[in-house]
Design a protein around this ligand. Structure first.
Ligand code: MGD
Ligand code: MGD
Ligand code: SF4
Ligand code: MO
Length: 749
């Protein structure tokens, strides 16, 4: 079966894997999996009585959608036609979002712990009791250790109100997994070069590009909706595609040049391209002389980084390196060097690689130029009036003097402080929308930190693994049941978007804003949420914006006039937010902080004998660990397989379709997983989709299905520059599953 899927993927490519499913759920409604959709739709299909525009949050692309409803039931979710991040389509995950409402495993009411922490025994309480219990726990910590001893882990739109609440209460420690475990290194590398971090969606000018360069960025498996659509369109228009990926990924299958680079060697190839642009004098001289500094130093730095050298380092051919260079040269400045998103690969090397990508972009003259990276503008709306926030203590990373260029606090930094008590004790956590056992590496450390806590609050929608450690467990409304704060979109056309309730929660759940407001009042910071209704809050913020809440509720989105040009003007003198005011090829910011000011390539350790490098990526039909239990998505992709090269499989005596266990040297292992033997993954590496192998028994579908990549990642590499956690550093063993071990059947992916 795995093989037929292989064929299916290569035949249909990303159209099949993602965009086909994006076309209004066709893959779900008309395919042989139509039974899954019957969860939502009964025959004969009822006629909707309302269409409500709102936003998806099955991932953080926040696509605009239109929900067709009847009574308190969702009949269909479809892409909003006006939203630039949706273009009238949702990805398969977005289509399946309504199934979260049907999930009987949901958290239904607030609970407090009754057994020992971690035992997972709870009893139902009222919201009032839950708040009072949190107040007691938090106030005790604040009085004994100060407010900095409290920390918030958060990910997702509604977390912003909890952040406000925690900051108002005096905590400087709030961290999202989207920084240290995702795009931290990229943002630091780009900011050091251009003075600005990249927006989400990434400002990629697919409409005008002539050549695209991807490092990883497995679009089509990574299902960021409009980015996949725009990529597909650019390709169809004839734009060239260069893909660096050890694995034959979905875009690799569509590339003009695919280089199966040795993991962690991308920067060697980038340096060779920079070398060629300078040695052959083909870089954009005008752009560089007008906007950049440090060219001489860069030229000296790359003098020895020839294509021959890079080919040996990366394990690719000189011809491919040179041919790719020529494609870029012929297309410049309309070259889209994808900056990447999940860049938590190898630690310091990740900031260095991001610098390399940024410098390459600058030499091609592709920064804020058509066909490269465009300039973003966020629409402005009013703040809701409130008191001044208190002065905050330095957060744990600042107080410890680490990660001088970090743009956010690191999750693992807070965890470290919780374990060691330095630079100061951290005794209370609020975890919102983050399933730490699966998103933060080295769960033993997380568990050790949790044991040291005086108090832990978890707010989630499902009984995920993290919830069993809670002292107080708060159930949030699902995104289709709630308002969130205004969404200020920074695409080519800046926009103000609204998430609004489509249906009412049938349970005793509440939205994040309400939890922050009510709990904030209990904690003595209610003045920060001085609105009676959320509509009042939104209306106040929209004053002077050009639209009103009534309009937004009807249309879902509003486009204020763009004030800044999309591209750099030819004669425009521009002051970049770097120390020199220029694009810094030689980074003063890095030099001043004691780091390499020019991108330094250091080869990664190769797998020792008998070990394979663990690589991982996205299932097109799942988001991280959060969708594994979604009834529809589970039905289609219930778990993951382990990808292995035929030669490695043969050496290990492993057969296609058999079940294997993946282990690290520290005693961590996966559940038995079906083996996918494929040349799409090079020798010495194995690959799996992230987000499976749940251990939470409350997940009636997802529990135990598949392997958990995060469980294997213990020795991650901390980037001293950005604080990000490189997670592709683990070497593993693969063995046949013991015949007595319970296996699950998975016929796909
Ligand atoms: N379906 C779906 N889509 C998603 C998400 C999701 O959960 N589900 N999550 C979204 C989020 S938040 C993020 S951050 C992105 C993540 O997605 P990306 O930003 O695209 O992640 P990458 O790590 O760039 O891409 C994974 C690819 O990197 C390859 N790779 C491994 N090692 C190397 C290497 O050393 N060099 C190179 N060049 N390639 C390598 C792997 O083989 C794999 O094909 O996806 C987003 N889109
Ligand atoms: N090993 C490994 N680790 C990774 C990655 C990887 O590829 N491999 N990817 C990294 C990346 S790129 C990212 S961005 C992060 C993502 O990290 P996380 O955001 O932590 O991802 P999830 O594992 O999906 O956990 C999300 C949690 O939020 C809950 N949730 C979902 N919706 C809501 C809601 O509306 N309200 C509340 N309160 N809770 C909700 C879910 O039930 C789940 O418990 O993970 C990072 N960690
Ligand atoms: S990309 Fe898919 S899952 Fe993510 S917000 Fe858009 S429709 Fe939802
Ligand atoms: Mo991410």
């Amino acid at each position: 079966m795995t093989q037929s899927i292989d064929r299916e993927l290569s035949r249909r490519g990303f159209f099949g894997a993602v965009a086909g499913a994006a076309a209004g759920g066709a893959a779900l409604t008309h395919g042989d999996k139509a039974h899954a959709f019957s969860l939502l739709r009964k025959d004969p299909a009822p006629t909707p009585d309302r269409t409500v525009p709102t936003q998806c949050e099955v991932c953080f692309w926040r696509c605009g959608l239109e929900a067709k409803t009847k009574g308190n039931r969702i009949l269909e979710l479809a892409g909003h036609p006006d939203y630039p991040n949706a273009n009238g389509r949702l990805c398969a995950r977005g289509n399946a979002g309504a199934a979260f409402l049907q999930d009987e495993d949901r958290l239904k009411y607030p609970m407090v712990r009754v057994g020992k922490r971690g035992e997972g025994r709870f009893e139902r309480v009222s919201w009032k009791t839950a708040y009072a219990t949190i107040k007691q726990g938090f106030d005790r910590i604040k009085e004994t250790y100060g407010p900095q001893a409290l920390a918030l882990f958060y990910h997702g739109a509604s977390g912003s109100f909890l952040r406000q609440m925690m900051v108002a209460y005096g905590s400087p420690n709030f961290a999202a997994s989207s920084y240290a475990q995702c795009k931290g290194a990229r943002n630091v590398g780009y900011k050091a070069t251009f003075g600005t971090k990249l927006a989400s969606p990434e400002p990629l000018d697919f409409d005008n590009t002539k050549c695209m360069v991807f490092f990883g960025s497995h679009l089509g498996e990574n299902a960021h909706n409009s980015q996949v659509q725009e990529f597909v369109e650019a390709k169809a228009r004839g734009a060239k595609l260069i893909v660096l990926d050890p694995r034959f990924s979905t875009p690799a299958g569509r590339a003009d040049i695919w280089m199966s680079v040795r993991p962690g060697s991308d920067l060697a190839v980038i340096l060779a391209w920079i070398h060629l642009l300078i040695a052959e004098g083909t870089y954009d001289k005008e752009f560089v002389s007008r906007h950049c500094t440090g060219f001489e130093a860069l030229a000296a730095h790359v003098a020895d980084f020839t294509p021959d050298w890079a080919a040996t380092e990366a394990g690719v051919s000189v011809e491919d390196i040179v041919a790719a260079y020529r494609l870029m040269r012929d297309a410049m400045p309309a070259v889209l060097v994808h900056p990447g998103r999940f860049t938590a690969w190898y630690g310091e090397a990740d900031t260095q690689r991001a610098r390399g990508q940024a410098i390459l972009t600058a030499l091609l003259g592709a920064w804020w130029r058509p066909g490269g990276i465009y300039r973003t503008e966020k629409p402005e709306v009013a703040d809701f009036p409130g008191p001044d926030y208190p002065d905050l203590q330095p957060h744990v990373d600042q107080a410890a003097g680490r990660f001088p260029l970090a743009q956010e606090v690191t999750t693992t930094g807070i965890r470290e402080a919780t374990i060691t008590g330095t630079p100061y004790p951290v005794k209370g956590w609020f975890v919102h929308g983050m399933n730490m056992p699966q998103s933060i590496p080295n769960f033993d450390k997380t568990e050790e930190a949790i044991e040291k806590l005086d108090f832990l609050v978890v707010c989630d929608i499902l009984p995920m693994a993290i919830t069993k450690y809670a002292d107080v467990l708060l159930p949030e409304d699902i995104y289709l049941e709630r308002y969130d704060d205004l969404h200020l979109g920074a695409t080519k056309t800046p926009y103000i978007g609204l998430r609004q309730p489509v249906v009412k929660s049938p349970y005793d759940t509440r939205p994040g804003w309400q939890i922050a407001k009510e709990l904030g009042k209990e904690l003595g910071v209610g003045d920060f949420f001085a609105f009676d209704t959320f509509e009042e809050y939104l209306e106040t913020r929209l004053k002077g914006s050009g639209t009103t809440l009534a309009e937004l509720k009807k249309n879902g989105i509003y486009f204020p006039e763009r004030k800044t040009p999309l591209y750099l003007g030819d004669d425009e003198p521009f002051h970049f937010h770097t120390p020199s005011g220029k694009i810094e090829l030689f980074s003063e910011t890095l030099a001043n902080a004691g780091f390499d000011p020019l991108p330094i390539y250091k080869p990664q350790q190769r797998p020792p004998k008998g070990r394979l490098r663990l690589l991982f990526g996205r299932s097109p039909l799942h988001s991280f660990s959060r969708t594994a239990n979604n009834p529809i998505l589970y039905d289609i992709v219930p778990g993951n397989c382990l990808w292995i090269h035929p030669k490695c499989a043969q050496k290990l005596g492993l057969k296609k379709g058999s079940h294997v266990v993946v282990e690290n040297d520290k005693g961590n292992k996966t559940n038995p997983m079906p083996l996918k033997v494929t040349k799409r993954i090079p020798e010495k590496n194995v690959y799996m989709y992230h987000g499976f192998g749940h251990t939470a028994e409350g997940l009636s579908r997802a529990c135990c299905a598949g392997g958990n990549d995060t469980a294997l990642i213990r020795d991650y590499a901390v980037d001293p520059i950005s604080g990000a956690n490189g997670m592709r550093t683990e070497f593993v063993k693969v063995r046949p599953a013991d015949p007595t071990e319970e296996v699950y059947l998975c016929d796909v992916q």
